[in-house]
Design a protein around this ligand. Structure first.
Ligand SMILES: CC(C)(COP(=O)(O)OP(=O)(O)OC[C@H]1O[C@@H](n2cnc3c(N)ncnc32)[C@H](O)[C@@H]1OP(=O)(O)O)[C@@H](O)C(=O)NCCC(=O)NCCS
Length: 347
C-alpha cells in the first residue's frame, strides 16, 4: 500500500524553493528571497560550496539559482564568483526591472566536462537559419496522421515509463502520480495550474513526450513564474522527424494559454537542453533562445545523467544548454490567437 505522500511524488527536474539535496550528488538552492545584498549572496554561496567540500563523498555539485539585482550582478562579475556563473539572463522583459536570473555553480574537479565549454558554446551558437513557425509545424504533424494529447490515460502509464524510466530515472509510481496530478490540474483555474504534459500519438502508440513544471520565484516587488519545459523524449526510431519540436511547441501553447489572465504576467518558460543529444536544436525549432554568451557560457556542466544512447560511459553525466522563450518570440509565434489555434488541435 503506498502512502499519500508517495502518491504525490513526481520525478521533479525543477525542484522547490529553498535548499534541497537532489539526484546525482547535487545540493541545490532556489533562492527564497530576492537577492539585493552582494555580500550576503557571496557569503551564502561560499557557505553552500563549503558544505559541498565538507561532504565530498555525497556532494559533487553545488548550485544557487535565483533573481539578483544589478549591484549583486556587478559584484559577482568583479570577483572570483564570476568563474562560477553558468547561466546569466536579464529578465527585464518579464519583471520590468533590471534584475538578472543567475545560476552560480561549483563542481568537484573530478566532475569534469565531456567537451570544453568553449567548444560547446561554439557548437550551440550555430543554429538552423530557416524557421518553420510553430503553428505550421503542429498542423503538418497532424497532416501526417498523428494526434496530440495533454493527458496520460491509465493504460498509457507503461508507455510513458518505457520512454522516461531508463532515460531520465522515473519510477513507474511517479508517472502514475503525474497522471493523477494532471487530472487534478485540469479541474483547477488555468492560472493556478503547475504541471503540463504533451504527447504525439500514432493511434494508441506514443511517439514523443514532454512535460512542464512551474516554480514561482521572488522578484523585487512580487513573483516571477518559472516554467521548466523538460523530459523531452522521442522514440528512437522516430528521431529526426521534427516530432519533439512539434511537441515542445504545443506544450508552450498550453502553458501560455493557461497564463493569459495570470496576475504575475507572462511566465519565463525555459529548458535545460542535453548538449550530447543536441536537444538545443529542438529548442531552437520551437523558438527558444540561448541568452547572450557574454558573462556566462549558458551551460550547466555535468548536471544530471540522461541515458540518451550517446557513445559515453554509462555513469557519465550530461551538460545542458540553457534556453528560454523570449517575450518577442511569444508575440511573433505564440500570441493569443496562435496559441488558441494550437490548443484547439489537442484532443
Ligand atoms: C533529443 C531528442 C528529444 C530529439 O527528438 P527528435 O524528435 O529527434 O527532435 P526533432 O526531430 O524535433 O529535431 C529537432 C531538429 O534537429 C534536427 N536534427 C535532428 N537530428 C539531427 C542531426 N543529427 N543533424 C542535424 N539536425 C538534426 C531535426 O531535423 C530538427 O530540425 P527541424 O527544425 O528542421 O525539424 C531525442 O533524440 C531524444 O529523445 N533523445 C534522448 C533523450 C534526450 O536527450 N532528451 C533531451 C533532454 S533535454
Amino acid at each position: 500500500m503506498i502512502t499519500s505522500k508517495e502518491a504525490e511524488v513526481i520525478f521533479s527536474s525543477t525542484g522547490k524553493l529553498g535548499v534541497s539535496r537532489r539526484q546525482y550528488g547535487r545540493i541545490y538552492v532556489n533562492g527564497t528571497r530576492y537577492s539585493a545584498d552582494p555580500i550576503e549572496v557571496e557569503q551564502n554561496f561560499r557557505r553552500l560550496t563549503a558544505i559541498g567540500e565538507k561532504h565530498q563523498h555525497k556532494i559533487g555539485r553545488s548550485i544557487f539559482r535565483g533573481l539578483v539585482n544589478e549591484a549583486v550582478m556587478q559584484h559577482i562579475l568583479d570577483n572570483d564568483l564570476r568563474s562560477c556563473l553558468e547561466v546569466v539572463l536579464p529578465v527585464a522583459e518579464f519583471t520590468g526591472d533590471s534584475s538578472w536570473l543567475v545560476y552560480l555553480a561549483r563542481n568537484r574537479s573530478e566532475r569534469g566536462l565531456i567537451v570544453s565549454r568553449e567548444v560547446m558554446a561554439d557548437v550551440i551558437s550555430k543554429q538552423k537559419k530557416e524557421i518553420i513557425p510553430p503553428l505550421e509545424r503542429v498542423q503538418s504533424t497532424l497532416e501526417r496522421g498523428y494526434t496530440f494529447t495533454d493527458r496520460i490515460s491509465e493504460d498509457q502509464v507503461s508507455q510513458v515509463y518505457a520512454l522516461w524510466g531508463d532515460t531520465f530515472g522515473w519510477q513507474y509510481q511517479e508517472i502514475d502520480n503525474l497522471r493523477r496530478r494532471l487530472g487534478v490540474n485540469r479541474c483547477k483555474d488555468p492560472s493556478e495550474r503547475d504541471v503540463w504534459f504533451t504527447a504525439i500519438k500514432d493511434n494508441g502508440t506514443i511517439l514523443s513526450i514532454a512535460m512542464a513544471e512551474r516554480l514561482s520565484i521572488p522578484t523585487a516587488y512580487g513573483q516571477l513564474d518559472l516554467v521548466e519545459s523538460t523530459e523531452w523524449r522521442t522514440r528512437d526510431e522516430y528521431a529526426g522527424n521534427g516530432l519533439m519540436t512539434a511537441t515542445v511547441a504545443v506544450l508552450n501553447a498550453q502553458i501560455l494559454s493557461d497564463f493569459q489572465d495570470n496576475t504575475n504576467g507572462l511566465p519565463l518558460i525555459y529548458a535545460e537542453c542535453n548538449f550530447q543529444s543536441r536537444s538545443d536544436r529542438v529548442g531552437h525549432g520551437a523558438r527558444f533562445l540561448i541568452p547572450e554568451q557574454v558573462n556566462a557560457a549558458q551551460i550547466l556542466t555535468q548536471n544530471v545523467r540522461v541515458r540518451d544512447g550517446q557513445p559515453l560511459e554509462d555513469t557519465k553525466l550530461r551538460d545542458f544548454t540553457f534556453m528560454y522563450l523570449p517575450i518577442e518570440a511569444i508575440r511573433m509565434y505564440y500570441n493569443p490567437m496562435q496559441t488558441e489555434a494550437i490548443v484547439q488541435l489537442v484532443t
